[in-house]
Design a protein around this ligand. Sequence first.
Ligand SMILES: Cc1cc2nc3c(=O)[nH]c(=O)nc-3n(C[C@H](O)[C@H](O)[C@H](O)COP(=O)(O)OP(=O)(O)OC[C@H]3O[C@@H](n4cnc5c(N)ncnc54)[C@H](O)[C@@H]3O)c2cc1C
Length: 477
Amino acid sequence: MTRHVVIAGYGMVGARLAEEIRRRDGRRVRLTVIGAEPYPAYNRILLSSLLSGGFEESRVLTHDAGWAFRHRVDLRLGVRVEGIDADARKIELSDGSVLPYDDLVLATGSVPRLPSVQGLDGEGVSAFRDLDDCRRIRSLADVSVAVLGGGVLGVEVACALAERGVRVTVVHPAAVPMDRQLDAAGGSVVASMLSRLGVGLCFGRRATGWRPGDGLLLDDGELLPADALVVTAGVVPETALARAASVEVNVGVVVDDRLATSRPGIFAIGDCAEFQGAVPGLVQPGWDQAEVLADLLTGADPGARYVGTPSVTRLKAHGIDLVSLGSFTGGEELSFCDARRGRYARLSLDGDKVVGAAILGLPDAGAAITQHFVRGTPAPSDRMGFLLGRALPPEGVAAGGPSRLPAAAEICRCNRVTKRQLVHAWQSGARTVERLATATRATTGCGSCVDAVDGICSWLAAADTSPDSSADAELAG
Ligand SMILES: Cc1cc2nc3c(=O)[nH]c(=O)nc-3n(C[C@H](O)[C@H](O)[C@H](O)COP(=O)(O)OP(=O)(O)OC[C@H]3O[C@@H](n4cnc5c(N)ncnc54)[C@H](O)[C@@H]3O)c2cc1C
């Protein structure tokens, strides 16, 4: 019997769920996706890189215009789900239509949090959440911009604008940027790097009002002159639909390990969902949830359960290589700071397990520590070498070159793609980074593995012309 699955939200997680369902299901699921934005699915996390001007807009699109037709998805763009009748299993859409469903998945994401600062509804103010915001901010030229909020997103936006030659100042209430990820020492290193990029810093100050045409008023009465304001003060899960349908909501829509909400037939995944009290606001948990839910909705694995996702945050800004993971609650703590060279590392261990880390300017250490954290494998006993990225056999491409990487090394963490999968895809005919991306999904997450995949591509191309191909040998073994 055919089931009608309706996904409310065609963002990074709703789009991924649709893909995962179609990967598993031939004919049994009738699939409808409702997307409030008028665009085909795109990679939201690449918007800060798009803002810096690094590439064309088409590169952030994850689905082309024909995707829905090819995959038998009834895709309705620029349409909102306005209401849910959970008893009758029907939804109301903004175009006036009413749609029955068997299973409804809320993938409505989150919306920018607007702090209580006067005038934020005035001219010249923009959030930074979607493609329209990005286009608006990209069009700013020859102006001065204030960025309200110095968290990860605020730092990314400031760096991107500075790279475009825009005068930019970050206003942040804490003494250092990214204080949720970094302590005072690490935050100071990032602050120095921002200064070197030409970003103005206004830390330890609160904004009180926005005056269009003048600038941003600060809590000590000073006016920071600015033509435009970009608000990057966090996000709030989009839960209005769920609340109105009497679905249990805490901060996010509360779900169990089957991603089920408190009302039968309604599920929630991604930024809008709260699992075990956490609303991570990162894409990886949403993609993991999409896999589990696709298993359940298609019947591919009725026993699938979501068990949580280790939290890893990466900063995507030119010249600042930062990874932050877990939390600093362990018993053993190590740290290192070389502020002049922009290097900083802090590691927290519980026994031999990595429970928290913030690594700046040490990419090999960042990659190795992340792998131990995600896999739960014991940290090496040479703690200082581990902290600085020197204790391990080469895990990072930079450390040993692709040929020395083990076949099981995870190259794209967002999509869990190993070197072995890339080599297989290459041997099946995917001979460019773009084709490898289509075949394996590598590089289609945060994009930080593009150089690594490119390196593997070049190595495989060279190996192809060599009589003694290490790629073949490795796969055979
Ligand atoms: C600039 C930027 C950089 C980021 N960088 C990272 C990063 O490096 N790593 C990371 O893990 N995360 C990052 N994030 C966060 C990441 O983008 C989110 O975690 C991810 O997009 C969540 O996916 P989602 O589908 O749950 O929500 P979204 O991607 O927000 O999609 C939700 C969609 O639902 C639509 N919608 C809402 N309500 C309705 C309705 N009633 N009817 C129909 N449609 C509706 C919305 O319009 C939206 O299109 C970043 C976010 C931004 C903005």
